[in-house]
Design a protein around this ligand. Sequence first.
Ligand SMILES: Nc1ncnc2c1ncn2[C@@H]1O[C@H](COP(=O)(O)OP(=O)(O)OP(=O)(O)O)[C@@H](O)[C@H]1O
Ligand SMILES: [Mg+2]
Length: 588
Amino acid sequence: MSENKKFNIKLFRRLLKYVYPYKINFIFLITAAISISVFSIVNQYLLKIAVDKYITPKDYEGLIFIISLMFGVLLFKVSFQFLFVFLANILGQKVVYDIRIKLFRRIISFKMSYYDRSSVGRLVTRSVNDMETIASIFSQGLFMIISDLLLMFSVLVVMLILSIKLSLIIFLILPFILIATRLFQRAMKTAFNQVRNEVANLNSFVQERISGMKEIQIFNRESIEKSNFIKINEKHKNAWLKTVWYNSIFFPVAEISTSITIGLLVWYGGGLVGFSDSSITIGTIFLFIQLSQMLFRPLRQIADKFNTLQMGMVAANRIFNILDTNDFISDTGNLKLKKINGNVIFKNVDFSYEPKNSVFKKFNLTIKSGEKIAIVGSTGSGKTTIINLLLRFYEINGGDILIDGKSIRELSIKFLRSQISLVTQNIFLFADSIYNNIVLYNKNINKANVISAAKEIGVHNFVKKLPGSYNYNVKERGVMLSEGQKQLISFLRAYISDSNILILDEATSSIDTKTEKLIQFAISKIIQNKTSIIIAHRLSTILNSDKIIVLDKGEIKEMGSHDDLMKIKDGHYKKLFELQYQKTELVS
Ligand SMILES: Nc1ncnc2c1ncn2[C@@H]1O[C@H](COP(=O)(O)OP(=O)(O)OP(=O)(O)O)[C@@H](O)[C@H]1O
Ligand SMILES: [Mg+2]
């Protein structure tokens, strides 16, 4: 309730800026609102004339004329009503369309650390649900309130002009209606809050169970989950029933007060008809009855509309907060080299994801053009972080990273990333065909390129066997493919791009021998002629590299060829090798 009092003018103005491009629409809307009020009142006034001038004196010809006139006015009124609803909804959708694009543009360009801090569910809710709430400001809130206020104001003016005495009757009843409405709305607000909570509970319950379906089935939790669901469903139903109950009480109460008003108007007004000092006619009483309805009806609903408006404003505030977030990697560098040779130098690099939790301190690493580097090290030692920094997913805190002698901060981010192919640990594929996942809508690559590349790295036969081969749709996140298959696709994607630096963060999950062979072959192919930085888990990749770097807690402990490193007594690599690779992989 306190929210209603905190109507934020600044926020509202900012929202109205989005209406500005549609000002013609806006002007038509206001015109329609005014016309609806005018025509509504004119129509009722014509009724008064019909009663006084034609029905009472029994002038039927005149009556037909006035009824035709009323019909004409009615047509105008409903046309404007149509226009009003239509334009209000269109305006809402147009505004939301524009804001949504702006929001998405922003969301898609934030730096990685922003996503580390934000919940995916929340961002999705912002870009979908909150947007609809903003749309309802226009389709159900703002203009409806303006239109209602206009109508109520005009009704009051007309009433006072016609008869102060009869107006007083209306004013007598008004407080009762206001109080009843207020009580009803308060009750409804609490009830609706409960409903919303229960809907959220239902949603998250169902969503979580569907995501965890395997766990439910393997642990035989079906019947427990069913009874949990019944409980939540019961609460949801009860919350709704409360609103039904309030509605069923309120409308009869409203009906009674309206009828009492009519009764009083007829009784008191009727007594005044015919007296010479009174201008009140039977028509006036008819008119007042109609006007009182026109006053009470919007009155009952206006608070709801304010609520809609307020909820929209809260949503708009949340959206604007995201739009005001400037969490970007600064892209001030505009250097674009002709071609990157692939000399990479990490110079005294300091980095931490979170303050105080340093991952690298004065980290140094030199990779020469064309070199094939394997990085090994225990989990959490900083292997993936090296890649994150090189690709500027995260910004270094100190030192510099140079490619071909140029600081990566001087290069344009787009250029930098286009020069590096990346195959990550968890491969992400879009819900699209294999072909599109490989070329990513790059028009310089055609089907023939893809097929010959696929043959070169030995994945063509595997793709060919899939239903629809390159047109096979892998669905969301590539669920239609196994982990090994996804890797093969991403190798092809990396192979076909003409970058000179390849980064491969090998997945740890083990894969069947046949796919493993395919993968080993593909890797050996894609690292040819490229500077390769491979976070290696496979013995074969390690053995094929020019240089092995052993990382531990953000520090390079050892560096050299496999044979060199195996010679170090009690060396990190030697231990790691004996522990991880010798037993498992050499056997197979
Ligand atoms: N997004 C993040 N936010 C905060 N800390 C992070 C983030 N990503 C990684 N870290 C931390 O940084 C350190 C290095 O992580 P990194 O991902 O580079 O390890 P890794 O060597 O790739 O490990 P793995 O072999 O398990 O992939 C870890 O201590 C990790 O907890
Ligand atoms: Mg990693």
